[in-house]
Design a protein. Structure first.
Length: 257
């Protein structure tokens, strides 16, 4: 039987950035696990509406999918992006992974693979690390986009969280960490919060009217989270109901502390 999935050890960039730096008083974020729907007409319509309404400086997508050869690659007006696939569907020639888009060009980019592999497809999960210069500031913003490892034991999950911890503690400046953490039980959520709090991060809290829209496992454990350090929340976070993905987009606007 031929192997269906292969590891992907590369990233892909589009350099259509419209800014060199982020503006310090306005750093808005859109996070969305799009369930590989970026080739779907409904998703494209919803995504376009979100971009036009909120114009986020940063866009973090998980479960993004491209065809091999980039025939169907996403096109963001004014946005450049970095796409980091963690696996390739060999039969269908499709890359799947995380994508970070931004108005401002990044300074550095790193892709960090989990030590453990997902059991069925035998590939690692990844997080994408990018840094950005901020207008009139000497310290850069670190942005971490993650789709965390899922069907493994607790200690293998902790191992990837510790990889995040190392990246955060190695950075002297503001931090945004966002994505699908696969925190499908209380134990995973607790250790994630404990390690990240120790690293100086705070979790974005959503108003009650939006909490019900955040993707949950068995209607109880939220999977998607946003954490931050060295920033303040300028406007309350939102989780907007959509039709195209089983996760809903999360939005929040930050400013420097």
């Amino acid at each position: 039987m031929k192997k269906k999935f292969g590891r992907a050890d590369y990233f892909i960039e589009n350099h259509e950035y419209s800014q060199k730096e982020l503006i310090s008083h306005h750093i808005s974020l859109l996070n969305w696990n799009i369930q590989k729907k970026n080739r779907d007409h409904i998703w494209r319509t919803e995504f376009k509406q979100l971009i036009e309404a909120y114009v986020p400086e940063l866009i973090l997508l998980q479960e993004c999918q491209f065809q091999k050869g980039l025939e169907n690659i996403l096109h963001f007006e004014q946005y450049g992006f970095i796409f980091a696939p963690n696996f390739l569907d060999i039969f269908n020639n499709r890359h799947s992974g995380v994508l970070t888009a931004s108005l401002a060009n990044h300074q550095c980019v790193t892709v960090i693979q989990s030590h453990a592999l997902e059991p069925l497809i035998k590939v690692p999960k990844i997080f994408l690390s990018t840094t950005y210069a901020i207008d009139n500031e000497t310290k850069e913003l670190l942005v971490l986009n993650i789709h965390a490892i899922n069907f493994v034991g607790f200690w293998k999950f902790i191992s990837q969280v510790q990889q995040l911890e190392y990246s955060i503690l190695s950075h002297d400046g503001p931090v945004i960490l966002s994505g699908d953490f696969n925190t499908w039980n209380r134990k995973r959520t607790h250790i994630l919060d404990k390690i990240l709090t120790k690293s100086g991060l705070k979790k974005v809290q959503f108003p009650d009217k939006y909490k019900k829209n955040i993707k949950k496992f068995l209607f109880y454990h939220p999977l998607d989270h946003i954490y931050y350090r060295g920033l303040e929340i300028e406007t309350p976070a939102e989780a907007l109901k959509t039709k195209s993905s089983d996760h809903n987009p999360l939005l929040v606007k930050f400013k420097l502390s």
